[in-house]
Design a protein around this ligand. Structure first.
Ligand SMILES: [Zn+2]
Length: 455
C-alpha cells in the first residue's frame, strides 16, 4: 500500500517536471535524506539513523534508514553525523522596523521587511508572527508574495496588521504608531472588522498600565475586541504581563499571551486549566538578557556574521548592568519568570516561543533571538526536548500553521540540519549546517553577504 502511494507520487512528479520544461528536469523534485539523528518535533526520543523523503516541497515519508527505498530518479542526500530538527517558528516579533542603529516606521519598506524574512530563514526560522506593528498594504503583499514562492529564501511572514491600542500608547516614535486607537467598544469592533478581510493571522492588543503611568484598556474595551474577533473566527493575542490582568483576560476568553506573565499563582494555573486552548508565548529574551548574555562576550559567530559591528557594540554597552540595585531587581524578575514558566509548563499549559525580535527595546537581533530564547527556556527549567517542541510544533499550532512544526508526512519540508545535538546542549541549535524551507535549500552564503553589505 505504501509503495503504491510512493509510485503514484513519483509519477505526478515526473508529469509535473515534463510540463515545467526540459531545463528543470535536472532539479530533482524528489529527495531522500538519510542518516541523520531526527528530532521530529513531538517530544519523543529522536530517530537515530533516520530517512525521510521530500517530494515537491513536502515530507511524504519519515522513518529509519533502510525502510524507505530510493524512488527512481530521486536524489539522495547523506546526513550522517548531523541532527535534523523541524524549522523553528517565532510566535512574536516586530518586523520591518529595525535597521542597524535605527528603528522606526521610516525603515518599514519592502526591502527591509524582506531583509528580516531572509534573516529568519538564515537562522532556521520558517515563519514569524509580526505582532501588531504592521501597516499599509505592504505586509499583506509581502505575505502573499512569499506564499506564492516569489522569495524562496524567505521565511513566511505572518501579520496581525495594525494592532488595537489605547490612545495613550500610540506615538509616532513607537511601534504602535499605526495601531487603531481604542476608545469605545463600538470603535474596537469596527477596527476588528477592518482586519477581517485582510486575513490577518490574529488580532493584537495591549493591556498594560506601563508601571502605573497610563490608563490601560478596560475589560469592557478588550472584551469587545475579543468578542468581535471570535465572532469572526479570529483569535486575540495580548501584551499583558500583570498577574491580575492575566486572570481577567483569561476570564474574558483571551487566546494568546504574547509574553510570559510576570508572576504566577495557583489561581492563574487553575484559570488556564479552565481555558485549555489559551496559549502563552515565552518572550523571555528581554528580561533574561538583563542578567545573562554570555553570547555577547565573546560575540557569537552567528551574530558577527549577520549584525554590523556598531550595533553589536551598542548592545554590549547595555550590559552588564552596572547598577547593582538594578541588577538585583532584574535577577528577581527573571527568577519569577523562570519559576512561572516552569509551573505553567508542568501544569500542561500550551507554551510556544515568541522572541519579540526586532522590538524597540533595543538590538533584539532578528533571527538570533530565537536561539537565545531556546536557551532561556532551558535555563528557566524546561528540558531541551520540551523547549524544542515549544519552538516548533506548539508555536505552529498557536499560529494556525497546520503544515509547519514537525518533520512528518504531509507537512511542508521546512527543516534545519545541525552539526550537533540540541538535546545534549540546547545552544547546539546555533550550529547550523543548512536550512531548508519548502524543500528548498536556503542559500545562506548569498544571504550572509547581503546582510553585511547593508548599511
Ligand atoms: Zn512585542
Amino acid at each position: 500500500m505504501r509503495n503504491s502511494t510512493i509510485s503514484i507520487a513519483c509519477l505526478f512528479a515526473v508529469i509535473w517536471l515534463g510540463q515545467a520544461g526540459a531545463q528543470q528536469v535536472t532539479a530533482a523534485r524528489v529527495t531522500l535524506y538519510e542518516g541523520a539523528r531526527l528530532i521530529v518535533g513531538d517530544g519523543n526520543a529522536p530517530i537515530e539513523n533516520s530517512a525521510f523523503l521530500v517530494e515537491n516541497a513536502r515530507f511524504t515519508r519519515v522513518g529509519r534508514r533502510g525502510e524507505i527505498q530510493l524512488p527512481s530518479g530521486a536524489a539522495r542526500v547523506d546526513q550522517s553525523g548531523k541532527t535534523v530538527i523541524p524549522a523553528l517558528v517565532d510566535g512574536h516579533s516586530h518586523i520591518g522596523y529595525m535597521k542597524n542603529l535605527t528603528s522606526g516606521a521610516v525603515n518599514y519598506t519592502r526591502e527591509n521587511i524582506l531583509d528580516h524574512m531572509h534573516r529568519f530563514a538564515y537562522f532556521g526560522v520558517a515563519a514569524s508572527q509580526s505582532m501588531g506593528s504592521d501597516f499599509g498594504e505592504l505586509p499583506f503583499q509581502i505575505r502573499d508574495d512569499i506564499l506564492a514562492g516569489k522569495y524562496p529564501d524567505a521565511a513566511r511572514f505572518l501579520t496581525a496588521g495594525r494592532g488595537l491600542a489605547p490612545l495613550v500608547e500610540i506615538s509616532p516614535d513607537n511601534m504602535r504608531q499605526a495601531a487603531f486607537p481604542v476608545t469605545t467598544p463600538e470603535g474596537a469592533r469596527a477596527s476588528v472588522q477592518e482586519l477581517v478581510p485582510r486575513k490577518v493571522s490574529l488580532i493584537k492588543t495591549w493591556v498594560d498600565d506601563r508601571g502605573g503611568t497610563i490608563k490601560k484598556l478596560t475589560p469592557e474595551l478588550y472584551g469587545a475586541i475579543i468578542d468581535e474577533a471570535h465572532k469572526n473566527k479570529l483569535r486575540v493575542a495580548v501584551h499583558a504581563t500583570d498577574l491580575r490582568d492575566a486572570k481577567d483576560l483569561l476570564r474574558a476568553g483571551i487566546d494568546v499571551f504574547a509574553h510570559m506573565i510576570s508572576d504566577t499563582d495557583e489561581e492563574l494555573v487553575s484559570l488556564f486549566k479552565q481555558h485549555p486552548t489559551t496559549a502563552v508565548l515565552s518572550a523571555l529574551g528581554g528580561p533574561h538578557r538583563a542578567v545573562y548574555a554570555p553570547w555577547l562576550n565573546p560575540v557569537h559567530p552567528l551574530i558577527l556574521e549577520t549584525v554590523l559591528p556598531e550595533q553589536i557594540k551598542r548592545l554590549q554597552g547595555r550590559f552588564p548592568q552596572r547598577d547593582p540595585e538594578q541588577f538585583k531587581r532584574s535577577q528577581e524578575a527573571w527568577d519569577r519568570l523562570a519559576r512561572g514558566i516552569s509551573q505553567l509548563s508542568a501544569a500542561g499549559v500550551k507554551i510556544g516561543v515568541g522572541t519579540d525580535g526586532g522590538g524597540q527595546q533595543g538590538d533584539q537581533f532578528i533571527g538570533w533571538t530565537m536561539h537565545a530564547e531556546l536557551e532561556n527556556m532551558v535555563m528557566a527549567g524546561l528540558p531541551p526536548a520540551k523547549a524544542l517542541v515549544a519552538a516548533t510544533r506548539t508555536s505552529a499550532e498557536i499560529l494556525g500553521l497546520d503544515d509547519l512544526g514537525m518533520v512528518a508526512a504531509g507537512k511542508s519540508a521546512d527543516f534545519v540540519v545541525l552539526d550537533a545535538n540540541p538535546l545534549d546542549d540546547i545552544t547546539n541549535t546555533r550550529k547550523i549546517s543548512s536550512v531548508y524551507l519548502r524543500g528548498h535549500r536556503v542559500d545562506r552564503e548569498k544571504l550572509r553577504a547581503s546582510f553585511m553589505a547593508r548599511q
